[in-house]
Design a protein. Structure first.
Length: 158
């Protein structure tokens, strides 16, 4: 009983706190490494290599019991590649912003992500209560909203 409590309640909290501290530590390391001559692209590559070396043994410690069919590998691989590419580009934008400001500002701005998520959730709930008749209108409204919020987010440097 106590083990289940620890796994279900404490483990996600520890994972979130670890992720926040890792992000802040990476911002501070970047700000310290770039004045000494390290390129931002090299720093991002090193951070991806360290993340892969940390996460790779976990896949052997906790293997999946269900296997993915062979036809879904390309679909899954392309989605993972696109997700990694988006993360890589976001990290480039973030470190370019840190180069112009401070890691404290970058860490404070990264805390605004949940606020933007909440605003999007409220807006999408409002769109669902509009009960638009045609699927095309719903798709058009939601994509315009996503692109406008996303462009505003990148304009703010988040």
């Amino acid at each position: 009983m106590a083990r289940r409590y620890c796994y279900n309640d404490v483990a996600p909290l520890i994972a979130m706190v670890t992720a926040v501290y890792t992000n802040v530590g990476a911002n501070i390391l970047f700000k310290e490494a770039t004045p000494k001559g390290m390129n931002q692209y090299i720093f991002i590559t090193y951070s991806y290599v360290v993340a892969a070396l940390v996460l790779l043994p976990l896949s052997f410690i906790f293997p999946r019991r269900a296997t993915v069919p062979l036809l879904k590998y390309f679909y899954l691989g392309s989605r993972l590649f696109l997700l990694g590419l988006i993360g890589f580009l976001a990290q480039i934008c973030a470190y370019k912003g840190i180069a112009y400001s401070s890691p404290t500002l970058a860490s404070a701005m990264s805390n605004l992500g949940p606020a933007f998520t909440f605003i999007l959730a409220v807006l999408f709930r409002f769109l669902l209560t509009l009960k638009l008749k045609k699927m095309e209108n719903r798709f058009e409204c939601s994509t315009r909203l996503c692109f406008s919020v996303d462009s505003a987010r990148f304009g703010l440097g988040l």
